[in-house]
Design a protein around this ligand. Sequence first.
Ligand code: AMP
Length: 207
Amino acid sequence: MRVLMIAPPGAGKGTQGARIAAHFGVPHLATGDLLRRHVARGTSLGRTVQDYLDRGSLVPDRVMQDLVRRALADATAAGGGYVLDGYPRTPAQAWAAYQIATSLGATAEVALHLRVDDDEVVRRLLSRAGIEHRSDDTEPVIRRRLALYHEVTEPILDWYDRRGILLSVDGMPSPDQVTADVIAALGTRRGQCVSRPGPVPELLAAA
Ligand code: AMP
């Protein structure tokens, strides 16, 4: 199973991504986690991206592209499936993801969208702030991440919809209910593979 996850911050991407990946026996590639690990280890990539993470800004495309290419190449070498969580987040990244996956013969079968209201996102992230102490879970940074989501990430959903691979699931119920809904819906998509990208210039024009 090859899945891209697209959702606002706080929608449960991390939790659901890990559960879906475990269910299908594929790696969970969460770009935010990969970046935070670099920051924690103090690598040169970590030092480059730390400010972006702290401010809730998007890490530059070239950096993300290298990170995702390596992660997808490893996943492909290990068997081919993946749950890519947190990438793509912009039209340009959507096109890059398609090109990288095409070159590896592993284009996504499903773009999974979790729908959660803005108020609920803010509520969840503020309650997570007390537990995980992430530098980007303060209210101003949460608002910025949410605004960025609406501005540059949401437009890519339409592209996946027109490719016929968009699966949009209500992310408001309990985590267990969302997992059950997603796994049931993904089960019906198994084995489908869409290789044509659709109207790319239009997508990039929306950027
Ligand atoms: P997340 O854990 O998915 O909420 O991501 C945390 C932070 O990592 C984001 O606010 C960005 O600073 C950075 N990040 C993660 N994925 C991407 C991406 N696809 N493009 C740019 N920045 C990203």
